[in-house]
Ligand binder design. Sequence first.
Ligand code: FES
Length: 128
Amino acid sequence: MHSIRHTKGVPKVTFLPEDKTVEFESGKLPYSDHGKRESILDVALNFGIHLEHACGGSCACTTCHVIVVEGEKNLSEAEDDELDRLDMAAGLTLRSRLGCQAVVKGDVKVEIPSWNRNYVSEGGGSTL
Ligand code: FES
């Protein structure tokens, strides 16, 4: 029997503070219609994790802002559009990314900032 190594093709994404870890097979995630394919947002939506995305994943808001806790290098590199947009994000950190633009290529751990989580308690409606 030959062994199949899945370490590369099955990224795990952990969402804090819920500490919920999900995994998917690269290239096989059904597209959620929002953001880049297999982006953090796409993964979140596929697994029912609430991540705001007021502009529908087109890099035109900052509500999908996440902070990368681990695995920064397992995400696609931020393009200029994303960096320009992030400059306007509340609570910007050096590890901030837009969930709809950061494509997952390996294991990552991200935190959904509290100011974005607050939308949840208000019924998920976005004010931005
Ligand atoms: S959902 Fe608007 S920038 Fe990501």
